[in-house]
Structure formats: structure tokens, C-alpha cells
Design a binder for this molecule. Structure first.
Ligand code: ADP
Ligand code: MG
Length: 252
């Protein structure tokens, strides 16, 4: 762990500086700078292959970076002395495909990490989990197995599971991409609620209307470069870069 003092309030929850990531000969992230202020939502947009997932994976130390540095709450987590597991315990992640354990009930899925990784007592973990399930409209599903739930319900359980460890930061990677269109709304509603609660989130998304509505900051990735970033009004309403304009014309 770094010796840096805890960050004062208002300083970024996540900061990336000049991050470079390569896989073999291909440069997947190039000179990426990113600042995520507390209680804000950052939307990563860009074509498939532009580096959104890799950026999220680097932030969670699921990938080693080749150059640059990343800070979480003012602590440099890319410092070689950092314990990656300790960092991951402070970050909740939800991926595109709901990765619930099929042989565990909803409640067991949610309480696994708090109990095993964070050492929370079963009763306390279950009480917290039930409260979260209730809030996300899944109060009756604690004892159900994942295959009895709709895709939207499974993804909401995955969000509850990410929240159960009381994370500082949530990373969402196209969490609605695998859902039938009629189930997308209920998952986006949850993200809206979390924003209302003041959660700090970074989400890779193809839901441009949603990004425009919910994001405080939009970053357009193109070939591993953050080509443009700003408020939704600026990036969607008055993009500076021709490539951003072309991307938005194609997708919106
Ligand atoms: P996005 O999420 O925006 O679709 P990704 O971050 O998944 O983009 O991928 C960015 C680039 O990195 C792509 O060209 C992809 O093929 C490449 N890539 C991602 N993961 C790996 C990996 N483990 N090994 C090699 N190349 C990878
Ligand atoms: Mg991706």
C-alpha cells in the first residue's frame, strides 16, 4: 500500500494518468487520462474494440498497465507494493453477462464476498443483502436460484452483489447489452437510483440516450484514445471531433 494520506473530500475517487496498455504488439489504451469525481457518473462511449472494457479492467487491476499510473481515493494502486485484492474489495464490478453462481441462491450469491472476503458475519451480511434486494424491487427473490429469474432480475441481483461490499466505486461494463430490450429499462432505473444515492460510477455503455441523461461526464474512446470528454451536452450536443460526430451519427 502506498504511504499517501487519504484523499481530502472532493478529490477524485479514480484518477488515471497517461495510462498505456498493450496486448502484444497492439496498443489498446494510449495516454489515457481520466478523473472521476465523487458522486458522479462517467459514461465511456465508443465503438466496439475502442478500449472501454480494457479501461475498466485496468481500473480494477484485472489488467496490468504498461505505463502511466492509477489512483483510487488518492492512493496509487498501480504502485507495485499495492495489494490488488485490497483494491478490488473497494470496487464493485458488473459485467455484461450476469455472472451469478447458478448453484447458489440469490442471497448466497450476494453474501458470499462480504462473508468470505470481508469477514462480515452471516446475519449481518444477510440483513444488508435483504435490505438491498428490497430496495431494488427483488425482496421476494432471496431464496430463488438464478435460473428462475429473468435476465433483468439477474442483472439487478448482480448489481446488489456488487453493492453488498459497500464499494467506493462501481464499474459497469455494458450491463444492459445482453438483455432483451424490454428488460433494459428496469436495470437502467437501478443505475438512476444509485446516482440519486450519490454512488460514484463509471459505465461503458451503448445506451446513448441513457448516457446523455445520467452521466456527468462522457468520454469518447477511439482506438484506445480518449478523443474527447466533457459534459453530455458538450459531447452529444456539440462534439469537437469529426470522429465523435461520425460515431454518434452511426449509433444514435
Ligand atoms: P471495447 O470494450 O471498447 O469493445 P476492449 O477493451 O474489449 O474494447 O478491446 C480493445 C482492444 O483490445 C480490441 O482490439 C481487443 O481485441 C483487444 N483486446 C482486449 N482484450 C485482449 C486480450 N486479453 N488479448 C489481446 N487483445 C485484447
Ligand atoms: Mg467491451
Amino acid at each position: 500500500m502506498s504511504d499517501a494520506p487519504a484523499s481530502p473530500d472532493g478529490s477524485p475517487v479514480l484518477r488515471m494518468e497517461a495510462v498505456r496498455k498493450t496486448f502484444g504488439d497492439s496498443v489498446v489504451l494510449r495516454d489515457v487520462d481520466l478523473e472521476v469525481a465523487p458522486h458522479t457518473v462517467t459514461a465511456l462511449i465508443g465503438a466496439s474494440g475502442s478500449g472501454k472494457s480494457t479501461l475498466l479492467r485496468c481500473a480494477n487491476l484485472l489488467e496490468d498497465i504498461d505505463d502511466g499510473a492509477i489512483w483510487l481515493d488518492g492512493e496509487e494502486i498501480t504502485d507495485p507494493r499495492t495489494d490488488p485484492d485490497a483494491v478490488r474489495r473497494r470496487i464493485g464490478v458488473v459485467f455484461q453477462a450476469y455472472n451469478l453462481f447458478p448453484h447458489m441462491t440469490v442471497l448466497e450469491n450476494i453474501t458470499l464476498a462480504p462473508r468470505r472476503v470481508h469477514g462480515v458475519a452471516r446475519a449481518e451480511a444477510e440483513e444488508h443483502a435483504r435490505g438491498l434486494l428490497e430496495r431494488l424491487g427483488l425482496g421476494g427473490k432471496a431464496g430463488a436460484y438464478p435460473d428462475r429469474l429473468s435476465g433483468g432480475q439477474q442483472q439487478r441481483v448482480a448489481i446488489v452483489r456488487a453493492l453488498a461490499v459497500r464499494p467506493r466505486l462501481l464499474l459497469f461494463d455494458e450491463i444492459t447489452a445482453a438483455l432483451d430490450p424490454e428488460l433494459v429499462g428496469e436495470v437502467l432505473d437501478v443505475v438512476r437510483d444509485l446516482k440519486g444515492d450519490g454512488m460514484t460510477m463509471v459505465l461503458a455503455t451503448h445506451e446513448m440516450g441513457f448516457a446523455r441523461e445520467v452521466a456527468d461526464q462522457v468520454c469518447f474512446l477511439d482506438g484506445g484514445v480518449v478523443l474527447e470528454h466533457g459534459t453530455p451536452e458538450q459531447v452529444f450536443g456539440d462534439p469537437r471531433q469529426e470522429r465523435t460526430r461520425r460515431f454518434l451519427r452511426r449509433i444514435v
